[in-house]
Write a new protein. Structure first.
Length: 286
């Protein structure tokens, strides 16, 4: 499947934050850390550079922003994606930052982990220091498990900023208003993320419905395993979107809750898999 050919106006971003050395071997992943201007906290992240990436060259690459799960980290995400995006189908920079376990990609009340604010720091930093463009045609928002929850909320908050959104087995996404503390999330977690009712993916989709629908029928793709414990939430979320007039793609696989298995079984089972989707939506390296 061919890359999307449209390109919006390109823009540049000035140097951002204090960072470690921006040098590692193309075709591999490496860890970085910098100080976020907005969060005023360290931002730890992992970056995978495609094999053809040349920091001294002129070719720029699209970026896949991939949010990790609750018991995971950006290092695990970049490792899972590195061997799979280098196959010649998806040539992109893959990036993720450490949002913290059970953060659900939102700032906590105490301010000890500004997980959501860190993402604004992170995206600006990526576009300032790597060969890409600060342009929606060059960005994909993705996530697995808790990271799928986060990716949906980031994309729904700013749908015009991303060429597409693709998530794997995101939990708790169908709540219009979450259940009371203690029912699904622990009481302290819910309290620390207040106001919870304004942070769930379904709530954000309803609040920004017109803007999301304007992105087109193929903007969102969700994948869930038939044996995944979060499938009921995915089923419910997609049913609610359909009832509200959204058009999105929902694919099933036969695996349980594991990102590597999702990526591989999606390719094996679905005619249009995660690679095809990203290749079609993102701008080609140029």
């Amino acid at each position: 499947m061919a890359y999307a050919s449209s390109l919006a106006a390109r823009s540049t971003v000035k140097a951002y934050g204090r960072q470690s050395a921006l040098s590692h071997t193309a075709g591999t992943a490496a860890a970085y850390s910098f100080y976020g201007r907005l969060s005023e906290q360290p931002v730890d992240c992992n970056i995978y550079l495609p094999a053809s990436y040349n920091p001294a060259g002129a070719v720029r690459f699209p970026v896949i922003y991939f949010c990790h799960g609750a018991a995971s980290s950006s290092a695990i995400i970049s490792s899972a994606l590195a061997s799979r995006v280098g196959s010649g189908i998806v040539q992109a920079i893959v990036v993720g930052y450490d949002a913290g376990e059970q953060s659900y990609y939102h700032d906590n009340v105490s301010g000890s982990n500004k997980a959501r604010t860190k993402f604004a720091d992170f995206r600006n930093w990526i576009e300032a220091h790597f060969l890409t463009y600060a342009d929606p045609a060059w960005r994909a928002m993705c996530g697995f498990s808790m990271g799928g929850f986060g990716a949906l909320t980031f994309a729904a908050d700013a749908p015009e900023d991303y060429a597409c959104c693709q998530v794997f087995a995101p939990p708790k996404i169908d709540w219009a208003v979450p259940p009371p503390p203690g029912s699904v999330w622990t009481a302290d977690l819910v309290a620390d993320l207040a106001p919870v009712e304004s942070m769930t993916p379904y709530y954000k989709f309803t609040q920004n419905a017109a803007r999301i629908k304007a992105r087109g029928a193929g903007w969102l793709r969700m994948v869930c395993g038939t044996g995944d414990g979060g499938k009921s939430a995915c089923d419910s979320f997609m049913s609610k979107l359909a009832a509200d007039g959204f058009t999105a793609t929902y694919e099933l696989t036969d695996n349980a809750h594991n990102l590597g298995n999702y990526l591989d079984r999606d390719v094996a089972m679905n005619a249009t898999d995660w690679k095809d989707f990203l290749t079609a939506k993102l701008h080609a390296p140029a």
